[in-house]
Design a protein around this ligand. Sequence first.
Ligand code: 5GP
Length: 216
Amino acid sequence: MSEQIETISINRRGLMLVLSSPSGAGKTTISRSLLADDPDLSMSVSATTRSPRPGEVDGKDYFFMEPVDFNLKVNRGELLEHAKVFDHYYGTPKKAVNDALSQGKDILFDIDWQGTQQLAQKAGDDLVSIFILPPSTQALEKRLKTRAQDSDEVVARRMSKASEEISHWAEYDYVVINDDVERCISEVKAILKAERVRRIRRTGLLPFVDQLREGY
Ligand code: 5GP
C-alpha cells in the first residue's frame, strides 16, 4: 500500500516586494510576468495625478485623479507613501496593502526610490526591495523611444532623471541587471521564492516545531 504524503503548509506573513528602476528598464514586463503565474502575489495600484497613457486603464494601471483629490487622500492619511516624480504625484493606497498582508498574500510595488525609503521606515522586515538596472544608457534610451508612448521631450527628461534614480541603487536589498529579460525575471522569481521561506515571516513554524517535538 502506498503511503499518502501530506503537503505541509506553514502560515506566514505576506511580504512587500518593491521593484524600482529608471523608467524604461523593463519593470512593467517583469511585473506582468511575476503576476501572471502567481496567485499569492498581487500588484499595488498607485494613485497618480498624471494623465493616462494610451491603453492605460483607470483602476488597473493607476487610479488617475486630480491633484485636489490626491491631496485629500494625503491629508486623510490614506496613502502609505507618496512622492513627486517628474512633475506628478504618485502614492500607494494603504488599505489594499494592509488587506493583502493580513491574508498572508504578497504585494508587488512599482515605485521610485523616494517611496521605497518611506516604505522601508514603515514596513521593516516585511519589505524586500529590488533595483533593476538597464544594461547600458543606450539600451535605456532605445527602450524609452520604442515604447512610443511619450513625446521626445518627455523621453529626454526621463533620460536626464535616470542617473538620479540609479544613484539610489545601494539602498536596495537586491540589484538585478536587465540585459536579458527572461534571466532577469527568473532572478526576481528566485529572490521572491527565497524571501517567502525566511524564518522571520513563517509565523506557523513555532507551532509546527512544537508539534514535531511532542512527537506528532
Ligand atoms: P510612470 O509615469 O512611468 O508610470 O511612473 C513614473 C515613476 O513613478 C516610476 O519610476 C514609478 O516607479 C513611480 N511610481 C509609480 N507609482 C508610484 C507610487 O505609488 N509611489 C512612488 N513613490 N512612486 C511611484
